[in-house]
Design a protein around this ligand. Structure first.
Ligand code: APR
Length: 365
């Protein structure tokens, strides 16, 4: 029987066909034999996530394994309706493929596709069960469009829906920095829930355990799902002023950058000021080191940690201005995500001091 199938299979050639069509051009007697097939997407096909095809994806149909039952899967347009896990090892696939003169590249791709498809069926962001590393690698390999099906938030806000702040003439107080046109279009003040932002990275005002808490920390963990805490637990905590990065999991944001602000309930000294600046600086550094080009900050330390918001705003704006002066090519957008009306007022009132509209710094004399 196996020999008969092998003989029939040997008559199958790589059959380019449009995506989603049923298996049509395999000889009828082979189709009726016990050979299983599936669409194998060639490199660049959009279904493979990032690096989507620049042209219409081409699919080839090859037998994925020899078996005694005939099942032909029809790939629903652009995605798989159901692909059972490939039960035989990759060696079997290679053997069959090689017998058919299929290029190694396509076979490797088909294995990737197989693994990718199996992974897509396995991801469950509502559960802590599973390997967070595998889930993270899978999610980070997806395009924004493909990742949307995994969001755990009821809605999301895309970057192009967040208006850019336009430098305006400040108040009577002289601006503390000169104008830098390179920074135009790079700053936003967004009044809303940071867990909804579909951007590269959101910053979490965490505590040193990184295992979640109240405030924005609690909101981020709730929205991301339990896998976030699993990855955080592997980071062994975080010092005040430092920053660590994880996957966003069920969040629309690709990454979460966790930073620990200073506790300032007893008042603000140089130590607290420097620690707060470090949170912003190290978070931006973590973002650019990971290729995140759009980053949103909550008002770090100004909630449970008691840092006076009217003082924190100056540390935040000064640090972001100085970082962007030095690294404006690495960031497209820095968003100050304010949650309370008074914070929105504070940022809009103080932004002109750090991102002035006029050309020169007024003399402080
Ligand atoms: N989106 C954006 N900003 C938010 C959100 C949200 N969903 N929820 C709260 N905020 C704002 C708060 O209004 C405040 O302005 O985040 C800012 C920071 O407040 P906290 O979350 O209390 O953070 P922080 O003051 O840095 O205290 C950190 O609180 O949540 C715990 O585990 C955390 O122990 C740590 C401490």
């Amino acid at each position: 029987m196996a020999l008969q199938i092998a003989a029939r299979v040997s008559r199958i050639r790589a059959i380019p066909c449009s995506t989603g069509g049923p298996l049509t051009r395999v000889p009828a007697d082979v189709q009726s034999s016990g050979v299983k097939f599936k669409h194998i997407l060639t490199p660049g096909s959009p279904q493979l996530g990032r690096g989507a095809a620049t042209s219409a994806p081409r699919s080839h149909i090859y037998p994925d394994k020899l078996s005694t039952t005939t099942t032909l899967w029809r790939a629903s347009r652009g995605s798989y309706s159901s692909i059972p896990q490939v039960k035989r090892g990759w060696l079997g696939t290679f053997a069959v493929g090689t017998a058919l003169g299929v290029s190694t590249a396509v076979l490797v791709q088909s294995l990737h596709t197989g693994a990718f498809t199996a992974m897509a069926l396995k991801v469950n962001l509502d559960s802590a069960v599973g390997d967070w590393k595998e889930t993270k690698d899978f999610l980070l390999s997806l395009s924004v469009k493909d990742r949307r099906q995994y969001y755990r938030t009821a809605s999301s806000v895309a970057l192009n829906e967040i208006p850019v702040w336009t430098p305006t003439a400040g108040g009577p107080e002289p601006s503390r920095y000169g104008r830098n046109e390179k920074l135009d279009q790079k700053i936003s003040v967004h009044d809303g829930d940071i867990t909804k932002l579909e951007i590269d990275a959101i910053v979490n005002a965490a505590n040193s355990t990184l295992l979640g808490g109240g405030g924005v920390d609690g909101a981020i963990h709730r929205a991301a799902g339990p896998m976030l805490k699993k990855e955080c637990a592997s980071l062994n905590g975080c010092e005040t002023g430092e920053a660590k990065i994880t996957c966003g999991y069920g969040l629309p944001a690709k990454y979460v950058i966790h930073t620990v602000g200073p506790i300032a309930r007893g008042g603000v000294g140089e130590e607290q000021r420097e620690a707060l600046r470090s949170c912003y600086r190290n978070s931006l550094k973590m973002a650019t080191e990971n290729g995140a080009r759009s980053v949103a900050f909550p008002c770090i330390s100004t909630g449970i940690y008691g840092y006076p918001p009217e003082q924190a705003v100056h540390e935040a704006l000064a640090t972001v201005r100085e970082y962007l002066d030095a690294h404006h090519d690495k960031l497209d957008r820095v968003i100050f995500c304010v949650f309370l009306p008074k914070d929105k007022e504070l940022y809009l009132q103080n932004l002109p001091l750090y991102f002035p509209a006029e050309a020169t710094v007024k003399s402080k004399l």
